[in-house]
Design a protein around this ligand. Structure first.
Ligand code: ZN
Length: 450
């Protein structure tokens, strides 16, 4: 009998604090030992000497749009693309599926589809909207990872905006369950009036769209969310913060005792407003891409550890929804979960050798697992943790290609990949290796510990 099911030899382990060479022994679904020159026989030995071993990426911000809109992406294609990009766990957002995840029934429907189709482990967000406050308890009982609210219009009519009164009510319920509320923070009234102004003047250009969603709209909403979270004692997670001013507001709220964390997305660190001139529709998102100087300041905040999590906000749509000559009419959402994380790994290493990779691990594994109540089994390469492991090679210099999404659209076309995911395991089972994704492995539903 073998001592190990899998033995990783000589990997450069990347942890939240440091980096060092070690072996990792896996038995069954878990990491059984981490150490130098582990003794014993193994069913499978992975020579990891020329690669980095990362804990699996937990992407807390995904829109796979299923049930109901799997022609936009779908759990099957989406989870495979994320696996190829280093993801071992995703949390699916409650909107863009039809029905949206607003009650027990829709939750069960989505959970069951994901159990049938996902190659990765997963958790599910529930919605916080004006029409489902009385279903939040049953969503919490069903095992949601948190509740998502939109402070501006969501873009889909069946997922309604939460005004301040709704948000406060929802936060009280979430606080009772000790579940976080994730907010899309943009001030609706401000955007509304700016959009009307631009449209009245015949504005259709991407610049008009950007001007209609200024940083101030983001800050105004963050202020309200912080105040309500402070009043209700609710854990607040501000998703896709696009600007350093937003990060600073959140840091200030934290100092004042609010239980708040910030997420940013790879596209705010990898793309900037001028890129819309050449990339166009595939790079439309909300909040929109910001200027080069804003991006630079966001990088500094991120490297300083002031932004707690990184989520892809992978949100594709069929190509015909990305075609209009009127930029306001184009569906907003970036398809990026397959390449965004490897691109960031290379950029983080370039900007801050060693510590950049540790920061990446904090923001994509350790701190995400802790924030969302799965930190007892996920987020670390350590004894007793799930064997969710990603073998990454740096210095690869490959082109972005072979898109596994439902639709071959991404703003990262043409980029060079210096970091490439070579192999990936979820609970000790190999899901991805050199371009191929397992068709047989199925992910596990994760319920947060509270
Ligand atoms: Zn989103």
């Amino acid at each position: 009998m073998s001592d190990w099911d899998i033995l990783f030899r000589g990997a450069k382990l990347v942890s939240a604090n440091d980096m060092g060479t070690a072996d990792v022994g896996v038995i069954g679904e878990q990491i059984a030992a981490v150490g130098v020159d582990l003794a014993g026989s193994a069913k499978q030995v992975v020579d990891a000497a020329d690669a980095f071993l990362f804990p699996g990426i937990i992407d807390a911000h995904i829109h796979f749009n299923e049930p109901g809109r799997e022609h936009w992406e779908g759990i099957s294609t989406g989870s495979r693309a994320l696996a190829a990009g280093g993801g071992t766990v995703f949390f699916d957002m409650p909107l863009n599926a039809s029905p949206p995840t607003l009650n027990r029934e829709s939750f069960i429907q989505k959970r069951s589809l994901a159990e049938q189709k996902s190659v990765l482990d997963f958790g599910l967000w529930g919605g916080l909207t004006p029409v489902n406050l009385d279903h939040m308890d049953e969503l919490a009982e069903s095992g949601v990872i948190g509740f998502k609210a939109f402070m501006s219009e969501s873009g889909t009519s069946d997922f309604r905006r939460a005004d301040a009164a709704t948000l406060k009510q929802g936060m009280k319920i979430a606080a009772k369950w000790r579940l976080p509320v994730g907010v899309h923070a943009e001030d609706n009234a401000m955007i509304d009036s700016l959009v009307r102004e631009k449209r009245a003047a015949g504005g259709k250009h991407w610049r008009d769209y950007l001007d209609s969603r200024p940083i101030e709209a983001e800050l105004a909403a963050i202020r309200v969310a912080l105040e309500l979270a402070g009043e209700t004692g609710c854990a607040l997670h501000v998703v896709h913060v696009s600007c350093p001013e937003g990060v600073d507001l959140i840091a200030q709220g934290k100092r004042q005792g609010v239980d708040v964390t910030a997420e940013t997305c790879p596209h705010y660190l990898l793309l900037k407003d001028d890129d819309l001139e050449t990339i166009g529709a595939p790079a439309k998102c909300a909040p929109p891409l910001r200027s080069a100087s804003t991006q630079e300041a966001l990088w500094q905040r991120w490297l300083a550890g002031l932004i707690h999590t990184l989520g892809s906000d992978h949100s594709p749509a069929p190509p015909d929804m990305k075609m209009s000559p009127d930029f306001f009419e184009i569906w907003g959402g970036i398809a990026g979960c397959q390449h965004a994380f490897p691109l960031l790994i290379a950029e983080a290493e370039k900007r801050a050798k060693g510590s950049g990779l540790s920061q990446f691990v904090r923001a994509t594994s350790l701190d995400v697992a802790r924030r969302f109540g799965i930190g007892e089994r996920k987020g670390k390469i350590a004894t007793g943790y799930d064997a969710d492991l990603v073998l990454v090679k740096l210095g690869a210099n490959q082109a972005v290609g072979d898109l596994l999404y439902r639709h071959p659209v991404t703003p990262y076309f043409g980029r060079r990949l210096d970091a490439v995911v070579k192999q990936l395991w979820v609970r000790g089972r190999q899901v991805y290796a050199d371009g191929c994704v397992s068709e047989t492995i199925r992910g596990l539903f994760l319920r947060p510990a509270r």
